[in-house]
Design a protein around this ligand. Structure first.
Ligand SMILES: [Zn+2]
Ligand SMILES: [Zn+2]
Length: 232
């Protein structure tokens, strides 16, 4: 657990590479993504270390319905005492089906792995669906299709912190991830251009966050994508 910006905590749920985020609001805590099946234990420890309980989580926002983000959702939800679950309307059916749709991956590899029971999850009925531009507390929804059709990025407006989910990975350098696992790889650059540039910190679902002077790496990455897109 570590502070990413005032009011935002990063919770690594598997090693130090896979993250969910806790956002403090006046009326409770918002959790952005969950993680694999073991994530609820780690999240509970982090929430309690911050002097709160899982009951304080009033909203759970899912950036997209991939197993590494939602496999722990049903269990965590049951422990919150009734948090609202938010997801983009295009992926609400996936969340309720307990697996990625057969149309959810562009490559054979992606479709093959989605048959594995390990990548299925206990179905969850979202209580709220979201669309582009909507506010969820202090978070602004930006619809960024490509990695998945209903993928969303969240801008924490008070601190200009961007939580990018799987729109950008920060594993070995910044990338937009493997095409075979994305629903519509060609849509990803345009989605990247929809994300605001004037941000002070970036939280990735996979990889270390960027803030302070290191944020320039994110700006350079977005600029390079924009330059490439302009040439085509
Ligand atoms: Zn994903
Ligand atoms: Zn992911």
């Amino acid at each position: 657990m570590s502070g990413l910006a005032p009011g935002i905590v990063r919770i690594p749920t598997r090693g130090d590479g896979d993250n969910c985020f806790l956002v403090e609001e006046e009326d409770g805590l918002t959790l952005v993504d969950v993680g694999w099946k073991n994530a609820p234990i780690v999240i509970r420890q982090a929430v309690e270390a911050a002097g709160r309980t899982l009951n304080d989580i009033t909203r759970i926002v899912i950036t997209h319905a991939h197993p590494d983000h939602v496999r722990g959702l049903a269990e965590l939800l049951a422990r919150t005492g009734g948090a609202d679950v938010f997801i983009h309307e295009l992926e609400q059916p996936w969340l309720a089906a307990g697996r990625v749709s057969p149309h959810g991956r562009s490559g054979a590899l992606g479709r093959a792995i989605d048959h594995l029971p390990l990548l299925h999850w206990q179905p969850v009925a979202a209580t709220r669906t979201v669309t582009n531009g909507q506010a969820i507390g202090s978070l602004r929804v930006i619809h960024t299709p490509g990695h998945s059709p209903g993928h969303i990025v969240l801008l924490h407006e008070p601190t200009r912190t961007l939580l990018v989910g799987d729109a950008v990975f920060h594993r070995s350098g910044l990338t937009i991830g493997p095409a075979a696992l994305a629903a519509d790889p060609a849509a990803r650059p345009a989605s990247l251009l929809r994300m605001p540039r004037d941000v002070r910190a970036v939280g990735f679902a996979h990889g270390q966050p960027l803030s302070g002077e290191r944020i320039s790496a994110f700006h350079d990455f977005c600029q390079a994508i924009e330059d490439t897109a302009a040439r085509h």
